[in-house]
Design a protein around this ligand. Structure first.
Ligand code: F6R
Length: 602
């Protein structure tokens, strides 16, 4: 996820402050970095790759300025490169802009600007902003008005900071992407997150959506979207330096669990048409609807693939999910109009890449569903759809699983659109999804903590669910075992009596995922009774529709929502269960033993 830093009021050390801010934002993940400073005219340095590349460039070609802006880029539009790195400028270099987020209407704006003779030098959505500002400057507006007018043309999510040659000011705003103002004694800062400037000040203003801020050497002003001045609350940050990269959370995993509402908004941004009740995934516009689908994936991504395959089958398209590590051992027959989809957060998992290559070798058309722009899967597949979660640092995948489920839901609706009603219902619930996830995150902790206290000494833990909830049961168990080191297994609920039931005792809690009132959900009630009859404590993870709490010892509640999305909400509860249990057992949550974030060997 991109990071922004800006500073005014430290003229002798602007470049050092910007570089130190970028270094504090490295934890967000990035693939290029840059700064722009002002000394009357603007001066810019930017480089693809590590921050050290930018430092080397600055050592070769030093620059100074009395204030400036900086950026770490995590690619969304266009691969990592010097040209695509921020800051971006207009042709004359009068305006420099850094941006975090996605400008959804950038193509229309770019077409309009190009028709007026603007020449673009990058693939980014961001570059429309300096060109727009420059066009307003040309029309005679001052710098502040030009910024406001340019921003009013944008739709999407953005945190933006801009500087203009000859103007001693930094202009910034935010909409659905974070931006924090740091208020020092004689210097002022902006950051995507507090760590960017924490060593200079602990006094911060958390900017709200639609608010703008102007920083000048003699002060700062926050304004509402109508331009009226505001008097925002200044908070004093109490964290210690160790915690800062985690925004105050004890672990990256917990931070990433809590980032899910933002990640999901980002994933859905520009991909829903609520008026038409349709899904629009631009990246998939060149892909013909397939006759059959095969998924290849590993671990958590495999669970997402199981969910995707289930949804394709429901939409009438034959689909199957394969473990990537097994796929190449006997590649299934690939017919005409068959699409092979690799689901991979990192885009670098060796087993998944090898399965995709095997499929290509057999003539398949391939699609990567991945989080990482420029990854091997993104580059090697015929098509790519990005899940737009932002970087995930905790080894245990959390927010990316949720974004995978949503991306695959969008994929199915794009390639096998339902009747108006099915797609419309999904579009409506997708609009509520981030809010529903937020409400689980807000309310879950007391029940989860009580459960952890009660069940921490158990012998083993089982997770069951049917239909959409079968992959969630598998994922709940995987998350639990990988970070608690306790024995945990997940099963499609109907499989219990075909063997695993032999393991059930009063010392083996069973987490039963039951959402909605479908036939699979009703059948899971029977499986709950089977384990209860053998003395196992039952934890229902449920929206309450089937009153499953009447047959359960403990309940983790989720809001009621459209069928397939209830599973995603239930999974958030199971992420919290795994996290809290691992924390209780004092495990190294972000780096579980023997595991790596990206598994690049077969
Ligand atoms: C578990 C986990 C792994 C990954 C698997 C595939 O929390 O993260 O099971 O899901 O290694 O990784 P990607 O999705 O990068 O291909």
């Amino acid at each position: 996820m991109c990071g922004i830093i800006a500073c005014v009021g430290r003229p002798d050390e602007t470049v050092d402050v910007l570089l130190s801010g970028l270094s504090s934002l490295e934890y967000r993940g990035y693939d290029s970095a840059g700064i722009a400073v002002a000394n009357g005219a603007l001066d810019i340095r930017k480089r693809e790759g590590e921050l050290d590349n930018l430092r080397a460039e600055i050592e070769d070609r030093p620059l100074t300025g009395s204030f400036g802006i900086g950026h770490t880029r995590w690619s969304t539009h266009g691969p990592p490169s010097d040209e695509n790195a921020h800051p971006h400028t207009d042709a004359a270099g009068r305006v420099a802009v850094v941006h975090n987020g996605i400008i959804e209407n950038y193509q229309a704006l770019r077409d309009e600007l190009e028709a007026d003779g603007c020449e673009f030098v990058s693939d980014t959505d961001t570059e429309v902003v300096p060109h727009l500002m420059a066009s307003y400057l040309d029309d005679g507006y001052d710098a502040s008005e030009s910024f406001r007018k340019a921003v009013s043309r944008l739709t999407g999510s953005y945190a933006l900071a801009a500087i203009v040659a000859g103007e001693e000011a930094i202009f910034a705003t935010r909409q659905d992407s974070p931006l924090v103002l740091g208020v020092g004694d004689d210097s002022y800062f902006l950051g995507s997150d507090v760590p960017a400037f924490l060593k200079f000040t602990r006094d911060v203003v958390y900017l709200e959506n639609g608010q703008s801020v102007t920083l000048r050497p003699d002060g700062w002003e926050v304004t509402a979207s109508d331009g009226s001045a505001l008097d925002p609350t200044i908070h004093t940050v109490e964290w210690d330096a160790e915690q800062t990269g985690k925004s105050g959370y004890d672990h990256f995993m917990l931070k990433e669990i809590h980032e899910q509402p933002t990640a999901l908004r980002q994933c859905l941004s520009g991909r829903l048409d609520p008026l038409a009740g349709e899904v629009v995934v631009e990246e998939l516009s060149n892909l013909e609807p397939p006759e059959r689908v095969q998924f290849v994936a590993c671990g958590t991504s495999y669970h997402a693939a199981l969910y995707g395959a289930h949804r394709f089958r429901e939409a009438g398209v034959p689909a199957q999910a394969f473990l990537a590590s097994e796929y190449s051992t006997a590649v299934p027959p690939i017919e005409d109009d068959e699409l092979v989809i690799g689901v991979t957060q990192s885009g670098e998992t060796a087993d998944t890449l090898s399965a995709l290559r095997a499929a290509q070798g057999h003539g398949a058309e391939t699609l990567a569903v991945t989080n990482v722009v420029g990854s091997s899967a993104a580059r090697e597949c015929d098509h790519v759809m990005f899940i737009r979660s932002g970087p995930e640092i905790g080894v245990a995948a959390t927010k990316t699983f949720s974004s995978q489920l949503v991306s695959l839901s969008l994929l199915v609706e794009s390639l096998a659109p339902g009747t108006g009603t099915r797609t419309r219902a999904l579009v409506e619930s997708l609009r509520d999804l981030a809010g529903n996830v937020q409400s689980v995150l807000d309310d879950a902790l007391p029940s989860v903590e009580e459960l952890v206290d009660e069940l921490a000494d158990s012998e083993a833990y089982f997770f069951i669910g049917r239909g959409y909830n079968a992959p969630v049961a598998l994922e709940g168990a995987l998350k639990f075992k990988e970070i608690t080191y306790e024995h945990a297994e997940g099963f499609p609920a109907g499989e219990l009596k075909h063997g695993p039931l032999a393991l059930i005792t009063e010392d083996t809690p069973v987490f039963a995922v039951v959402t909605g009132d479908s036939v699979p959900a009703q059948k899971t009630l029977g499986n709950i009774k089977e384990v209860q009859a053998r003395g196992a404590p039952v934890v229902a993870v449920t929206d309450g529709v089937l009153e499953v709490e009447r047959f359960s010892d403990m309940v983790l509640e989720v809001p009621e929502t459209e069928g397939p999305l209830g599973s995603l909400l239930a999974n958030v509860q199971l992420q919290l269960v795994a996290y809290e249990m691992a924390d209780y057992l004092d495990r190294p949550i972000d780096k579980p033993r023997n595991l790596a974030k990206s598994v690049t060997v077969e």
